[in-house]
Ligand binder design. Sequence first.
Ligand code: PEP
Length: 250
Amino acid sequence: MRKNIVAGNWKMNTTLQEGIALAKEVNEALAGVKTNCEVIICTPFTHLASVVPVVSPNIGVGAENCADKASGAYTGEVSAAMVASTGAKYVILGHSERRAYYGETVEILEEKVKLALANGLTPIFCIGEVLEEREANKQNEVVAAQLASVFSLSADDFSKIILAYEPVWAIGTGKTATPAQAQEIHAFIRSAVEKKYGKGIAESCSILYGGSCKPSNAKELFANPDVDGGLIGGAALNASDFKGIIDAFN
Ligand code: PEP
């Protein structure tokens, strides 16, 4: 059956030294603990090669983005191959901050997802509506349109990705979707996957919830049948809070 996953998104936080210290704290907090979920930490590009060797192989490491081009004259960009060469195994793609501030479109994200997969990285592909879309009850059509970036994949490639539903109005705001709201849209997302790829792939696809998830609300969110874990922003910057969320699966 599908995997439960708790993934941290550090965003543009921590210097390299602070990031290494945080990775070590997460590693120590989880040492000898039998977690009932996979654990991933996604860090700034600059930290990846230093974080990979300081965490146990049980903790996956990922980037927060990669380029939509394979290589060449794209000053300042970091390719999927470069990310993979650090030992990182995951990459967050389509985060709402990338869509909103860096103009990432469905088409650009489709390229990024393909390059990530071609380089052996597992995309954690984010979708989610903004507040006005939720208030207009348009959340289902918004996430369905965003899924177009990954619905051009072969069934084999799609089965390698992780989805993350992150309502933009809940990210970093302290406002969490209610467990019922999360379950409703996760079930919708799974039904969209089923329509496209069939029941087997839909049932094995991990769909994470993200948006002000913390130790105090993780258990009730993750208890929903279609919520398979979380993508964690703010609370991933504190090892004991991050562990508290992981413990929601115990
Ligand atoms: C995120 O940005 O992926 C996120 C879920 O952030 P936060 O947990 O801080 O709301």
